[in-house]
Design a binder for this molecule. Structure first.
Ligand code: ATP
Length: 359
């Protein structure tokens, strides 16, 4: 059994089932993100782990212990929410000490003050806010408040850390630096962490594994690399990263041959479960195509430039290719002449970079 074991978890609210037969084992020290659009059930799973919601079926074990009969305050879990949820009438020090005071008060009568002080100091050091211990929440930035919330959650040495969209209220730059800091602290402490987000870049950048949720079900569970490079379904492919869908026809499934716009090309592997003449959806990531002179690739499709947007490191360009609009990225090079709308170009890519998309 894994350190955090979710077995056949189900949840219904009235007649509506919002989580269907969810199974997953999460290893000790692993960082797992639940990724999906609003309403897909990711927060409900997190809340069931925390004990705020009771599963309609299934079981949750942490380190071999069934959590079913335990109330939230009996579970050894730390949680950070989207809204910082600090106590406004307590300074940073007291916010971090709060959980320890409660825990010590309940469990260790007369526990030494110095023990609590040492732990608070250690936690403030971890989040690099020792110098702000006397400040109140209203005197802190959003990012600082969220670091205090993290320190408060970690102070009691939880077995599992749950993060419910902790970065979504912050501005873009802080979001990136704080997610890196969270990941670094998580690895330093080796704490098993479940992170809920609807931001695919966030999930890709800091997770050991990602669960892509779609209408209460896990469409795919895998490493960021697997999720991005070999998406299991059309939903995963289009939710994670930008994707072009190119429609083709199967020519010879055994050899992986397909036709696109009348051209016969070979995919990297046979097409399981298909027969000659079937329609097939193929996906191409924007970084896999090029219109540069001498670009490599065994597939060349004629197209017309529709638009381009400058994104800094890359120029995302849209082409009309047959009936499809295809986006691809050109690396920014100050010496380049970017294509203009209306220009006729040839899009080249390697057929092996095409992904077969299943519904
Ligand atoms: P978001 O990113 O918007 O928080 P989510 O993926 O986390 O979305 P959940 O909050 O898990 O989604 O909600 C899943 C579904 O369950 C939604 O359709 C939601 O309306 C419903 N739901 C959640 N809590 C309750 C509740 N207490 N009573 C009834 N329905 C609920």
């Amino acid at each position: 059994m894994a350190f955090l074991q979710l077995t056949n978890i189900q949840k219904s609210f009235g007649p509506v089932q919002v989580v269907h037969n969810f199974d997953m084992g999460i290893d000790k020290g692993e960082f797992v993100s639940f990724l999906g659009p609003s309403g897909c059930g990711k927060t409900t799973i997190l809340r069931m782990i925390a004990g705020f919601e009771t599963p309609s079926g299934g079981s949750i074990f942490i380190d071999g212990k069934d959590q079913g009969a335990l109330k939230p305050n009996q579970r050894n879990i730390g949680m950070v929410f989207q809204a910082y949820a600090l106590f406004p009438n307590m300074n940073v020090h007291d916010n971090v000490a709060f959980g320890l005071n409660v825990a010590f008060g309940l469990k260790v009568a007369g526990a030494s003050r110095t023990e609590i002080e040492a732990r608070v100091k250690q936690m403030l050091g971890l989040i690099k806010l020792e110098h702000l211990a006397d400040r109140f929440p209203y005197q802190l930035s959003g990012g600082q408040q969220q670091r205090v919330a993290l320190a408060r959650a970690l102070a009691v040495k939880p077995q599992v850390l749950l993060l419910d969209e902790p970065l979504s209220a912050l501005d873009a730059k802080i979001r990136i630096s704080l997610r890196e800091e969270i990941r670094q602290i998580q690895q330093q402490l080796g704490i098993t962490t479940v992170f809920v987000t609807h931001d695919q870049e966030e999930a890709l950048s800091i997770s050991d594994r990602i669960v892509v949720m779609n209408s209460g079900r896990a469409d795919q569970i895998g490493t960021p690399f697997e999720i991005y490079n070999t998406p299991a379904t059309r939903f995963v492919a289009s939710f994670v990263g930008t994707l072009n869908i190119i429609e083709g026809k199967v020519a010879d499934p055994a050899s992986g041959a397909v036709t696109i716009g009348g051209q016969r090309i070979s995919l990297k592997e046979p097409i399981a479960g298909a027969k000659g003449g079937d329609s097939i959806s193929l996906a191409l990531r924007p970084e896999a195509g090029s219109i540069a002179e001498g670009a490599r690739g065994d597939t060349a499709l004629p197209g017309e430039v529709v638009s381009r947007s400058f994104l800094g490191s890359v120029i995302r360009t849209k082409l009309r290719v047959g009936k499809d609009i295809i986006s691809f990225d050109m690396f920014n090079d100050p010496g380049m002449t970017p294509p203009v709308a209306g220009e006729s170009v040839t899009l080249r890519f390697a057929a092996k970079d095409l992904l077969v998309i299943r519904e």
